[in-house]
Design a protein. Sequence first.
Length: 84
Amino acid sequence: KPFACGHPFIESIANCFLNGNIPVIDNTSAFIEAHRWELYERYSLFSKLLNLFHISWSKKIATASSMLAPTGLAEDVSTKFPPS
């Protein structure tokens, strides 16, 4: 019964018993681990890129807001209401 241990191949079960219960990584597990590692690497790079975009955007907002003249009351606007 090769599927009794969760492996579809009898060789992986036989190797498990012959090697003293050392887990054997078959091709499917190796492929999944390689794919998982590649996804982790891409996610890590994407996170770094997103962080750089956020920093750049924040700096642009700060620069733009510092370029604006301080707003105050305009001289031609009456501060008295209602105007007399």
